[in-house]
Design a protein around this ligand. Structure first.
Ligand code: GAL
Length: 450
């Protein structure tokens, strides 16, 4: 997996600048809310802005920064915080979550705080490039080798995952979960009533989509008010046309971006957009998943945080109310997304933060967090009985499938490169100009890999 982790200095500087450029725009709590969200905050204190507590803050606090607010997001974190409070009733938890799927707003607020010398005690960051090319490269994080040794984590976490959080022999964060990105959720009733079986190839998808469209049913739900959802759909299509080895090769320079599989992915992605809901640009990811939950659309490609939303927030049952299948042509491959938390340098509450990381990295902590969140534990020793049929299958696949990193969720490419790919996909979704998109993707890769 080391090939995912090449750290380019140019990319790092570019990423830092890009992140810093977005600084003013973020907001905390008061930021964009999920339309469907039942956002709750059980924590003892929530700052009203992106800024941290002042120097008057007590030693017995830990400020946790993430983008987990609202439906499908908050419950896992709340569960973890409750567990932490049971173990440490004397430590006050400050939940500094910033609303916006995939860190849409949180990443800019974080960049502002980090560059302003006001780091949160710990923050959500994806394993690999999003962690290593930015805060680790900028020497803003403490190595956690001591904690891994003390807690036996070198044996508890998969070696490949630890590598994705490491640089030069030091490990810089603790993974709380593994999400899957290449999964399509579908409404069981719509499929049953229309005698549809999961369309696992692109051809089958288009046949099913035509049938559904002819009956007035929206085949594919998309909510790209936050553009990362379209990138997530595109990357899964790309995985389907390239296969895992060539997909991975796109990010280490061994496969060119003008490969015919990239053109094919752009063609298919654009064709798929003929089958989405008209109001896609007004919806966030929960709103799109909700269309499937309510029988207003048949399918939705989304990370399995959508499974958390269905089961934890909407009370739906896997295999009864909704079904799922590995996205088109990607059976046997697991597009992974891992949320991790580290220990920034110069924080206000180092001791309390280490205690929080211990809970987050514990078997007990992961088995509280993940059944609510829809993800599976990053640790290999989970209590499988705590997980539903969907997650048990995901655990099986995670340990046996080929692994590919997600572009949309920070592991495949540096933040600067990711941003460029995002822009190409966003523009392409509107113009449909395949030649232009291909040429822009090739240029972005050349700039990154030169
Ligand atoms: C991802 C993150 C998930 C989930 C999702 C939607 O980037 O890894 O845990 O929060 O965004 O916001």
């Amino acid at each position: 997996m080391n090939r995912f982790l090449k750290v380019s200095l140019v990319a790092t500087l570019c990423a830092a600048l890009l992140l810093a450029a977005g600084c003013g725009g973020g907001s905390t709590q008061s930021g964009e809310q999920n339309n469907t969200s039942s956002q709750t905050q059980t924590e003892t204190q929530t700052p009203s802005s992106g800024e941290s507590t002042t120097s008057t803050s007590s030693e017995k606090q830990v400020e946790i920064f993430s983008w987990w607010t609202g439906a499908g997001e908050a419950a896992g974190l709340e569960g973890l915080i409750q567990l932490f409070k049971e173990k440490h009733p004397d430590i006050e938890v400050i939940n500094a979550a910033v609303a916006g799927g995939a860190g849409t707003n949180a990443k800019a607020v974080l960049a502002s705080r980090m560059s302003g010398g006001n780091p949160p005690d710990t923050f959500q960051v994806h394993a690999a490039h999003e962690l290593l090319d930015t805060w680790v490269a900028a020497d803003k994080m403490e190595p956690l080798n001591f904690l891994y040794e003390q807690e036996g984590w070198y044996d508890a976490f998969p070696k490949g995952l630890v590598e994705m959080m490491s640089k030069d022999g030091n490990v810089y964060s603790v993974a709380v979960n593994i999400h899957r990105g290449n999964v399509v959720f579908y409404n069981k009733k719509i499929f049953d009533e229309n005698n549809i079986t999961p369309p696992t190839t692109f051809d089958e998808f288009f046949t099913v989509a035509e049938t559904l469209k002819a009956k007035g049913i929206t085949p594919l739900a998309l909510g790209d008010k936050e553009p990362w959802t379209a990138l997530q759909l595109f990357e899964s299509v790309l995985l389907g046309t390239m296969g895992p080895d060539k997909y991975n090769g796109l990010f280490d320079g061994s496969v060119a971006w003008d490969d015919p599989g990239v053109r094919e992915a752009l063609d298919i992605f654009h064709r798929m957009l003929q089958y989405i809901n008209e109001d896609h640009s007004a919806r966030n990811w929960q709103d799109a998943s909700q269309l499937v939950a309510e029988g207003k659309a048949a399918m939705n490609l989304m990370g399995d945080w959508a499974k958390g939303y269905f089961t934890t927030d909407l009370g739906l049952k896997p295999n009864e109310d909704f079904g799922w299948f590995t996205s088109w042509n990607t059976e046997g491959t697991f597009m992974f997304i891992s949320d991790t938390f580290g220990l920034p340098k110069d924080i206000k509450h180092r001791d309390a933060t280490i205690e929080f990381l211990k809970v987050l990295g514990s078997k007990e902590g992961q088995d509280v967090f993940n059944p609510l969140k829809g993800s599976i534990p990053a640790r290999t020793d989970a209590d499988v009985s705590k997980y539903d049929v969907y997650s048990q299958q995901a655990m099986q696949d995670w340990s046996t499938n080929k692994l590919t990193p997600s572009i949309a969720h920070g592991s495949a490419a540096s933040p600067g490169w990711t941003e460029k790919i995002q822009q190409v996909v966003t523009v392409f979704a509107t113009t449909g100009d395949v030649d232009q998109a291909l040429s822009d993707l090739v240029t972005a890769a050349q700039e990154e890999l030169k």
